[in-house]
Every structure is written in structure tokens, then in C-alpha cells.
Design a binder for this molecule. Structure first.
Ligand SMILES: *Cc1c(COP(=O)(O)O)cnc(C)c1O
Length: 223
């Protein structure tokens, strides 16, 4: 199927209040343009340099989401345009995002990445850490970041029961965070679900899904 058809299929089968992030990592700009021409405006990338290069040549009304693991020294390259950073997994990173956002007189939206998978390779902070951050005085002083939700990646497994438990855990973490009063932390987004599990994620309360291969086809990392 074409990119436009894939997109249409997904957008017509998810609820209206669920935001679709089209994960375009490794894909060439003409593939992104095909999605753009089919109406898609939100794209997710996992490497800063690749996102910057695509941002430079693609239409200005695209919203760019950084979904990958992020190093502090890379924040500056995208601070002038990034719309949402999904993978904030420690407070020092949040401080750096705040610093770079301030330079551009912007407020950058962030999600706290929570570790929900059993695999050691998946990044994220504990639910406890997330609550401590949102409750801290240090966090309140970061005027140029806005924490608007949480993000998680489930274990890569066919075990539906396990994935459901992990999604439910993220949802309950969100619930315990969303009632905390902070001017720069009003949580409304739960970013969970990818090509293989987005329907299940939505059933578990996701309102932002990150879908790549079901839109653009399988990725080829060899080039
Ligand atoms: C690559 C990636 C996705 C999309 O994965 P697909 O299985 O291709 O849909 C979603 N989230 C993150 C963080 C990713 O790195």
C-alpha cells in the first residue's frame, strides 16, 4: 500500500482525540512529503542531526517531535524549532532543554520517559523519580520547559498480557502525576503505542501514538 493509503487507514481507525506521530526516521524526505501531502503534519525522528536536516528542507508548518534517546550536548541544535521532546529521562537533561529554550525565548514541551519495559536496553526514569521531579522546587524554576505528559516503550514481545501490564503501569503513573499543581507541569499526554501495539495502547489509555513502519514500510538501516 502507498504511504497515503497507510496513513488514511490508521487515521480512520483511531479515535479523534488520539494524536498520530508519523515516525519517519531513516526515511528520505520524499517519503515525508508524501505523508505531508496526505495531510500529516506531525513527524517523529530519533536522531537530532537527521531531524535538523529534514526540518531545513521541508515545509514550515510541520511539527517535529524528538522521540529518541537524547544526549544533553545535542539539545542546542534543535532548540529553535522542536515541538515536543518525548524522551526526557533525567533532570539534568530537562535543565539543559530549559537553558537552550531560554536562548531562543521559547518554551519547549517535554514528556517524561518512564521505564515500563523489562528489557535493560530501554531508557526511562522510574515513576518515583518522575513524581519527585514534578514536585521539586528546582523544577518550578525551569520557566522555559513545559512538561505535558509521559512517554513509554513496552517490551518487544508477543506476550500481550505483559505489554498490557506495562501500558497500564504508564497510565497509572500518568494518573499520579496529573494532579500535581505546577505551572510548568500540566500533564495531558500519554505517548505510548507503535506499529505493533498501538491499538492495545489506545485501549489502555494512550492519546498519542508513534507509528513508523505501518506508514512508511520497514526500515533499512544498512545505508
Ligand atoms: C522507531 C520508533 C517508533 C516507531 O516504531 P514502528 O514499530 O516502526 O512503528 C516509535 N517510538 C520510538 C521511540 C521509536 O524509536
Amino acid at each position: 500500500m502507498s504511504i497515503a493509503k497507510n496513513l488514511n487507514h490508521i487515521t480512520s481507525t483511531i479515535p479523534e482525540d488520539v494524536t498520530l506521530v508519523a515516525v519517519s526516521k531513516t526515511k528520505p524526505v520524499d517519503a515525508l512529503m508524501e505523508a505531508y501531502n496526505a495531510g500529516q503534519r506531525i513527524f517523529g525522528e530519533n536522531k537530532v542531526q537527521e531531524m535538523v536536516e529534514k526540518h531545513d528542507v521541508l515545509p514550515e508548518d510541520i511539527e517535529w517531535h524528538m522521540i529518541g534517546h537524547l544526549q544533553r550536548n545535542k539539545v542546542k541544535y534543535m532548540a529553535d524549532f522542536v515541538n515536543l521532546i518525548h524522551g526526557v529521562d533525567n533532570f539534568r537533561l530537562l535543565k539543559e532543554i530549559n537553558k537552550q529554550a531560554e536562548k531562543h525565548d521559547r518554551i519547549i514541551n517535554c514528556l517524561l520517559q518512564i521505564k515500563i519495559a523489562s528489557e535493560a536496553s530501554k531508557f526511562g526514569m522510574s515513576a518515583y523519580e518522575a513524581v519527585s521531579i514534578i514536585n521539586s522546587e528546582d523544577f518550578l524554576s525551569l520557566k522555559n520547559v513545559n512538561v505535558i505528559g509521559v512517554m513509554g516503550m513496552a517490551t518487544f514481545t508477543d506476550n500481550k498480557k505483559q505489554v498490557t501490564q506495562e501500558f497500564n503501569f504508564l497510565k497509572s503513573t500518568f494518573n499520579s502525576l496529573k494532579n500535581i499543581e505546577a505551572t510548568n507541569g500540566k500533564l495531558k499526554i500519554i505517548s505510548m503505542g507503535m506499529s505493533g501495539d498501538y491499538q492495545l495502547a489506545i485501549e489502555c489509555g494512550s492519546n498519542m501514538i508513534r507509528v513508523g513502519s505501518s506508514i512508511f514500510g520497514v526500515r533499512n538501516y544498512s545505508n
